[in-house]
Design a protein around this ligand. Structure first.
Ligand code: B1M
Length: 208
């Protein structure tokens, strides 16, 4: 039987080729897609997240690991759908209006995918109206907003207000270099995370 611990190790090392090979072999041998996800890909990304939090590894290693996970997910995803496996939660994410920074937002999105979330990425420069329109269309449980400029942070508050006005009950999580817990509290966000690994913990607690 394919070694799912070796799959987790391949993700941790960012070895795309091995991650894809083991995923294919595991499925061919009849492993349950959910086990491949939980014991292989998510187990690997959990360790990556924990090491990133402890500053044992840095952004480039996380991006490489996330890429390996993404390649393996492309093979696994159709099998998960066939098997009717539900994601941990559905999250809509975007960088707020006027802001084009997306490296941190992409990292958060990748880590959340690695943790089993379905992620709909709206990209950059996302205005309140688009967040409202897309949350209604997707029925996502969570909205994630990223801002890197002090001048674009108020877009988070405007979006929260627009969501309230539209009667949307999805939880809101925010982050980005200038964003703080105090700011999150001030504008009524449900959660704040200082980094991508903490964003996974926060998202899990918000959908629990
Ligand atoms: Co710009 N930029 N930039 N920039 N840029 C900063 C942010 C800046 C601090 C540089 C500086 O002056 N020292 C400064 C902002 C000052 C401020 O407002 N306080 C700045 C500025 C001023 C600008 C322009 C206005 C410059 C100009 O044109 N005059 C301009 C604005 C354009 C716009 O957006 N409208 C601009 C443009 C750019 C580039 C396009 C050149 C490029 C962006 C490329 C891209 O993203 N595709 C760029 C870059 C790369 C930076 C720096 C160098 C790096 C940002 C980054 O990617 N960090 C940055 C200076 C710096 O930080 N050293 C700077 C790495 C990334 C992984 O971290 O995004 O913080 P970060 O994400 C972290 C956490 O914050 C958290 O998790 C991530 C991973 O741990 N997180 C979340 C992020 N989002 C989250 C969401 C969550 C939870 C956690 O929940 C949903």
């Amino acid at each position: 039987m394919a070694d799912l611990k070796a799959l987790a190790d391949a993700v941790i090392k960012g070895d795309q080729k091995v991650a894809v090979e083991i995923t294919k072999t595991a499925l061919e041998e009849g492993a349950a897609p959910k086990s491949v996800l939980d014991e292989g890909l998510i187990a690997g990304m959990d360790i990556v997240g924990a090491r990133f939090k402890k500053n044992e590894i840095y952004i480039p290693e996380v991006l490489i690991a996330a890429r390996a996970m993404k390649m393996a997910m492309e093979i696994l995803e159709p099998e998960l759908v066939k098997a009717g496996v539900e994601p941990v939660g559905k999250l809509l994410i975007g960088t707020v209006q006027g802001d084009l920074h997306d490296i941190g937002k992409n990292l958060v999105a990748m880590m959340l995918k690695g943790a089993g979330f379905e992620v709909i990425d709206l990209g950059v420069d996302v205005g309140p109206e688009k967040f409202v329109e897309q949350i209604k269309a997707s029925n996502a449980h969570l909205i994630g907003m990223s801002a890197l400029l002090t001048t674009t942070m108020p877009g988070m508050e405007r979006t929260i207000q627009a969501l309230k006005d539209a009667g949307v009950s999805a939880k809101v999580m925010i982050g980005g270099a200038p964003v703080t817990q105090d700011y999150a509290d001030k504008i009524g966000a449900d959660g704040y995370a200082p980094d991508a690994a903490s964003a996974v913990d926060m998202a899990k607690s918000l959908v629990a």
